[in-house]
Write a protein that binds this ligand. Structure first.
Ligand SMILES: Cc1ncc(COP(=O)(O)O)c(CN[C@@H]2CONC2=O)c1O
Length: 404
């Protein structure tokens, strides 16, 4: 099966529009991806015929909704090669998934414990650990980067020690596109007796994720970064850990029996799923996974890798453009700056030409600080991005020079 970009792009209605009188060039995929017809139709079909609340079914629609909801969980489990679908916990997204671990597993933290967090991290993989550490007198220790923007593995090895309880690291950086050596980071953490949580938000759309091969203990991601709707995400955790972790939210579904004399809790995964879940979101995330698996994924990955290199090369060759970071391996995103043009102005002027990029700190302030900058301009790719998109971006950047 090969890759036919025009056919692929036709499946994404949002791509085919004009913005400010120009054809849309959507290069903000690290923020959120556009949605294929298969996902839009799955959500619509669910609400048209199967919509009901799940579990404790007493009628046909609820039985159908429950079957679709739990089948979606199985689809996610297979997609990430989880041992057991009970290890798949539905969340609103990556942020909620990481907060769940920080608040639940975090109750086991003791004073003096350490959590290592890379300087590349998104705030969603920094602040929950700071809140958890503060509650328990533990410490969040940043893992430094080298001059290129890669995790300094020597410094990381030196930081690992008997106090290290958990290492929190992104699979792929949302700001620089850096692909981290997660398997190596994980094996070093394991050797030191620490757990590992991987923030997979920027990886799942591009890379095959195998949690068994990665060897990590938790893996978090958002549906909206991989062609599914906003509001649905996943925390995968090793079952033996999840079984020992206390609930993090109270309410319906997560209980076995409630009385004022005391309450007992439901089994996995429901212990962590209080309240009515985003049923249509789960069903749509399964549709997004099926969509991806119907593609030639190795060809897609090659396409995205080739395009990321092309994007970086074309930016680097453009006078007045400075790339931020030079990681050994980049995928999906490139950050850059323009001489004498503030990122905010550049973003606005690119938008006036129909080109959608993201500007700012990208919820990665410690990373910006490490480069001594306030923010960047970020172009980020998806399966439907093309060389023409990048050529249009470069042309639009060259036009900016005329404004200034
Ligand atoms: C690496 C990473 N981790 C966590 C998150 C948080 O995901 P949710 O918002 O789905 O919980 C993001 C979001 N990425 C931001 C959102 O906009 N632009 C970005 O780069 C991210 O890129």
């Amino acid at each position: 099966m090969s890759l036919c970009l025009p056919t692929l792009r036709r499946q994404f209605p949002a791509l085919h529009q004009e913005v400010n009188g120009h054809p849309l060039v959507y290069l903000d995929n690290a923020a959120t991806t556009q949605k294929p017809l298969a996902v839009l139709e799955a959500m619509s079909a669910f609400y048209r015929s199967d919509n009901a609340n799940v579990h404790r079914a007493s009628h046909v629609l609820s039985t159908r909704a429950t079957a679709a909801f739990e089948a979606a969980r199985e689809t996610v489990a297979r997609f990430i090669n989880a041992w057991d679908s009970r290890e798949v916990i539905w969340t609103r997204g990556t942020t909620e998934a990481i907060n769940l671990v920080a608040q639940s597993w975090g109750q086991s933290l003791q004073a003096g414990d350490e959590i290592l967090v890379s300087t590349l991290e998104h705030h969603a993989n920094i602040v929950p650990w700071q809140l958890a550490a503060e509650r328990k007198g533990a410490k969040v220790v940043p893992i430094p980067l080298d001059a290129h923007g890669d995790i300094d593995l020597d410094a990381y090895r030196a930081l690992l020690g008997p106090r290290t309880r958990l290492v929190a690291v992104g699979h792929v950086s949302n700001a620089l596109g850096t692909v981290n050596p997660v398997a190596t980071i994980t094996s070093l953490a394991k050797a030191a007796g620490a757990l590992v949580l991987v923030d997979g938000a920027q990886a799942v759309a591009h890379l095959p994720v195998d949690v068994q091969r990665l060897g990590c203990d938790f893996y978090a991601f958002s549906g909206h970064k991989m062609y599914a709707p906003t509001g649905i995400g996943v925390l995968w955790g090793r079952r033996e850990l999840l079984e020992k972790m206390p609930p993090w939210q109270g309410g319906g579904e997560m209980i076995e029996r409630v009385s004022f004399a005391g309450t007992t809790f439901n089994r996995l995964p429901f212990k962590f799923e209080a309240g009515t879940p985003h049923i249509a979101g789960a069903v749509s995330l399964a549709a997004a996974i099926n969509f991806l698996q119907e593609q030639d994924r190795p060809a897609l990955l090659t396409h995205e890798q080739t395009l990321t290199t092309y994007l970086a090369d074309q930016l680097r060759a453009t006078p007045g453009v400075r790339l931020v970071g030079a990681p050994q391996q980049r995928l999906g995103a490139v950050s850059f700056l323009l001489d004498e043009i503030h990122p905010q102005d550049a973003g606005t002027l690119l938008d006036m030409q129909g080109v959608a990029v993201r500007v700012g700190h990208h919820c990665a302030m410690p990373l910006m600080e490490s480069f001594n900058i306030g923010g960047t301009i970020r172009a980020s790719l998806a399966c439907y991005s093309t060389h023409t998109d990048i050529d249009t971006l470069i042309g639009a950047i060259q036009k900016l020079k005329e404004f200034f």
